[in-house]
Every structure is written in C-alpha cells, then in structure tokens.
Design a protein around this ligand. Structure first.
Ligand code: SAM
Length: 249
C-alpha cells in the first residue's frame, strides 16, 4: 500500500540520518583516542572511581554525549554488585549524540532499566529540584556559554548531600610543560583533525576553548559561588585535565 511504502521510506531515512551520526560518533571516538593517545579512557575510569557509586546512586550525567560516562557507571555498579536503586540519566543538548548512545547501549547489552536518555540544555535542565544524588559532567562544561548557569542548575537538581563532579581540560602545573603542551595542541591537534576527521577548524576551536577555560583555582571559586561546599580538585596528567568535586550540603 501507499501507506506501507511511506513507512519504508521514513525508516530508510532515519536509518540514513542515524548512519551519518554514527559515522560522526565513530570518528569522534577515534579522535579522542588519537589526540589523547588513548588516555581519555583512563581519565574517565579514574573519574568514575572518584564518584564511587554505591547502592541508591541516582546519577545525572550532563553533556553525556554517546554514553562514555554512563557506561562506566553501569560497569561499576554491575561489578560491585550494588545495582539496587542505581540509575543513570544521560542528558545532552544533541539528540543525534543521544541516539548513537542509545544504540551503543543496546549493542553493549545494558539493561534499559538502569539508564535513560533525555534531551536538555545544561544551562536549563529539564528536571525537578532535588532529583538526583550525583551529578557528573565530562568534557562538557567547556562548551557551555554560561558556566555559572550550568553550576546553578547542577546545584538545583541535586538533593542535599548530593555530589557534583566535573572532568575537564585544565592548565598545566608547570610552565615549561605548559609550553610543550601548547606546541603539541596548537600544531599537532588541528593536523590530526585534518588527517583523521578531514577537518581542521573544529580542532583549532577545540584547542582554543581549552586555553580559554578558567584554571583550576578560578573554576573552584565558581563552584563555591554556586553554593557547593568542600570543593576540591585533583589534577591528572600534570593538569592536562582536572577533576573538580563539590557537595550540596
Ligand atoms: N561526556 C561525553 C564524553 O566525555 O565523551 C561527551 C563529551 S563531548 C566533548 C561534549 C558534549 O556536550 C556533546 O555531546 C554536546 O552535544 C554536549 N553539549 C554541548 N553544549 C551543551 C549544553 N549546553 N547542554 C548539554 N549538552 C551540551
């Protein structure tokens, strides 16, 4: 029937769109590996260990993209047998990223009862006050226009006692190391972008956005200004990235 034909065309189209974004996501993952020499995986593992989910952890992973942090959370709770009342909500402004995340989740065989996906802006989260007891954002806050709004919203959706954790590129501790890192990032990263993803500009932007992001201490003060307590940070790989932590008390 005509109707049936339309149905096929529709699903073909969404399949095509899906394929395109899957390709993007694949080169995105490849780029992450190439640029960081695979180290981003270790940073994310450490990040999840710092969170240390326990029974009842209801996590909101903002700017969660294709699920890298959420999957680590699920592996953690499965390996530590603490699934009781655990859940992760992945929130991202880009539905295409979320849809790639969903199919990755199916392919990897995760139980859908532990994970949900929600389109939303970190600066204006589509969740009620005090809905979660943990909030993570990994390599996402740097892309947001108003960091203060992101932090305000993180504070709002967390329950009292809830924890905020952020993984983000930062500034190196040592100025000679920073100089070498700058040479690497300004020259090698756009070149890798060109060679691997066929694009120079987005990777030049990436490097610039890293340099413009507030340093560890400035970002720590911003987190405190949003109302968080016991705010600390930990540098990984000499400060190439930092993990900031705070509590809503
Ligand atoms: N957290 C994932 C990871 O570590 O692999 C993805 C990081 S990716 C570099 C940045 C993500 O932030 C993208 O998926 C993008 O769509 C999302 N993003 C950018 N601006 C956002 C906003 N205002 N609110 C929510 N997500 C946003």
């Amino acid at each position: 029937t005509h109707f049936g034909y339309e149905q096929v065309k529709e699903s073909e189209k969404s399949e095509k769109v899906h394929k395109v974004f899957e390709d993007v996501a694949t080169s995105y993952d490849k780029m992450n590996d190439a640029m960081s020499l695979g180290i981003h995986r270790i940073w994310k593992d450490i990040f999840m260990h710092r969170l240390g989910p326990t029974q009842g952890t209801q996590l909101l992973d903002v700017a969660g993209g294709t699920g890298d942090i959420a999957f680590r959370f699920l592996n953690y709770i499965v390996n530590d047998h603490c699934q009781t009342d655990c859940h992760v909500t992945v929130c991202d402004i880009n539905v295409a990223m979320l849809s790639v995340g969903k199919s990755r989740s199916e392919n990897l065989g995760y139980d859908p009862k532990f994970i949900s996906w929600k389109e939303g802006n970190a600066e204006n989260l589509p969740f009620e006050d005090e809905s979660f007891n943990a909030y993570t954002i990994a390599f996402g806050i740097r892309n947001c226009t108003h960091i203060d709004k992101v932090l305000e919203q993180a504070y709002r959706v967390l329950k009292p006692g809830g924890r905020f954790l952020c993984l983000e590129f930062s500034q190196l501790e040592n100025s000679a190391a920073q100089w070498m890192y700058d040479q690497y990032s300004f020259q090698v990263i756009p070149l890798l972008g060109q060679l691997i993803a066929g694009q120079w500009k987005p990777y030049k932007y990436l490097v610039e956005s890293i340099r413009q992001f507030p340093n560890q201490d400035t970002f720590k003060s911003m987190i405190e200004t949003a109302g968080f307590r016991n705010v600390t940070y930990e540098n990984l790989t000499l400060g190439v990235v930092a993990i900031h932590s705070g509590f809503k008390l």
